[in-house]
Design a protein around this ligand. Structure first.
Ligand SMILES: Cc1cc2nc3c(=O)[nH]c(=O)nc-3n(C[C@H](O)[C@H](O)[C@H](O)COP(=O)(O)O)c2cc1C
Length: 200
């Protein structure tokens, strides 16, 4: 399985950091195309205790094992493999997804590699997950979410759940990411599944 993970400059670097580590640990994931935006690197420096983070040091600093599965691609490289539908990737996740990038995807702007690769996923009818984050939402955000949903994307708001009684921030983040992993066709064994019976 080959997955593109794009990171944009919305709050929530903890989600992308952890998701990449969960994905490289999956046997069925052979390659992750990692594309951070410039704003993403700025926000990651604000939110993660991994400073100084730069584009070049990103895989090294973000991932502990299986680094060879990560292919780092510059968001400026509009000629990269994932910019073309002829190159096959199974799915793409933008995590977190800024309202700016959401708007560009909704309107087919394709001004950088993340936006173009997302456009490709939609035109090729492949899985595209947008982990949008902002609050409150204005009408433009809502309309853009409606548009990308009509075009085939899955809008996955960064809203964690609490019915699994998390005991740490890591539990909160992981359960949210497990839901995304199911959508990617993976089956994380630590995921909590609500049965309707008892509180865990
Ligand atoms: C610390 C910080 C937090 C931010 N949080 C958000 C956010 O949660 N949602 C959002 O849409 N934009 C947020 N922004 C603004 C985006 O980074 C900005 O709109 C940027 O141009 C997005 O560019 P990109 O989509 O190319 O990454 C934040 C910026 C900073 C510096």
């Amino acid at each position: 399985m080959e997955i593109t993970v794009a990171i944009t400059g919305a709050s929530g670097a903890i989600y992308s950091h952890r998701l990449i580590n969960l994905l490289v640990a999956e046997q069925s994931v052979s390659r992750i195309n990692l594309v951070p935006s410039k704003a993403a690197i700025r926000v990651m420096n604000d939110e993660l205790d991994l400073q100084p983070l730069s584009l070049k040091t990103l895989p090294e600093k973000l991932v502990e094992q299986n680094k060879q599965k990560i292919k780092l691609i510059s968001n400026d490289d509009i000629g990269a493999s994932i910019a073309s539908g002829s190159y096959h990737t199974d799915s793409m996740v933008i995590i977190p997804c800024s309202m700016g990038t959401l708007g560009s995807i909704a309107h087919g702007i394709s001004r950088d590699l993340i936006q173009r690769a997302a456009d490709v996923m939609l035109k090729e009818k492949r899985k595209l997950i947008l982990v949008v984050r902002d609050t409150p939402l204005n009408l433009i955000h809502l309309e853009n979410m409606r548009l990308v949903t009509l075009a085939g994307a899955t809008v996955f708001p960064a809203t964690p759940s609490f019915y699994h009684r998390p005991s740490s921030l890591q539990n909160v983040v992981d359960q949210f990411l497990f839901r995304i992993m199911f959508h990617l066709g993976l089956n994380p064994d630590k995921a909590f599944s609500w049965t309707g019976d008892k509180t865990p």
